[in-house]
Design a protein around this ligand. Sequence first.
Ligand code: NAD
Length: 318
Amino acid sequence: MASTIGRIRALQLGRQIRHFSSSPTRYAAEVKSLGVLGAGQMGLGIALVAAQRAGVPVTLVDSSKAALDRGLGFAEKLLSKDVSKSRITQEQADEARSKLFPTTEMEALSEVDFVIEAVPEIPQLKFDIFAKLAEVCSKHAILATNTSSISITKIAAATTKDPRDMSASSRVVSTHFMNPVPVQKGVEIISGLQTSAETVDTAVAFCKAMGKIPSVSADSPGFLANRILMPYINEAVICLETGVGDRDAIDAIMKNGTNVPMGPLQLADFIGLDTCLAIMKVLHQETGDSKYRPSVLLAKMVDAGWLGKKSGKGFYDY
Ligand code: NAD
């Protein structure tokens, strides 16, 4: 494991980048405060788990006051559910809630040690935000993104106008949490070309402090999880469209034959067929490899508005 991570880092960073990197070494023990940008589905989950498990105060920033109110309402609901199921005590729930500090001001992130960005998956929005984070945050802060598909190298590049200056870009990394954050243990730690080894180490240690199990990977289309998962789902849809098997046969053999909790077509419905198609398109376009060609049926279902569970119809009816 250690040698694999070492090899990835060696490939990613190279001696030159390590040599020029000016970021100071910081480890999770020193991450005393977190900032989360975006109080949506992912940001709220990340903030709550960090407050509960890592025990750090979390500055939760969202440009929308309504989104902050919604997010905090949801956090309180999750905490109450944990109390009612005796997973935590009322005191622990109160303590976690008291660690969340909502605000609409990005400047409130000026003192935090670690920021995780979880705003919508719009490249220019993320680039603008990272340019601003490089200005607003302290010079030691780790700047992490939760992007599902955007290149970490491109996000890191947005922190500077001079590519030789890696004082901020070496602190950019991806902490790609899985949905729902309080439940899923896995998190991908992805380094861009500029990311320093110290930044990766800090991100790994902090995610462990949050109770997660990190996997380190290089900056490559789809990273690890989606690079493996989406072609699997796509292949299942191709089996359906070419008549190799029907829906139930496909899901049943994978569920009962490989011990996964649900078959690939049902899983696609839960993720959202539009999301699956968008990720396949990124893999196809960015690698130019025909093995990632999205299934024609998948594209047609998205055209029909059959997006899976969220639209009430996908491979199954909801
Ligand atoms: P979401 O739409 O639920 O939440 C995004 C939040 O960002 C909203 O509350 C919005 O008000 C806020 N926002 C928008 N612009 C902002 C700005 N300029 N400053 C501050 N806040 C701003 O989105 P989500 O599903 O939580 O996804 C967030 C990120 O996580 C995306 O990059 C997504 O690709 C990634 N991701 C999502 C999932 C998933 O299953 N939802 C899984 C893994 C990764």
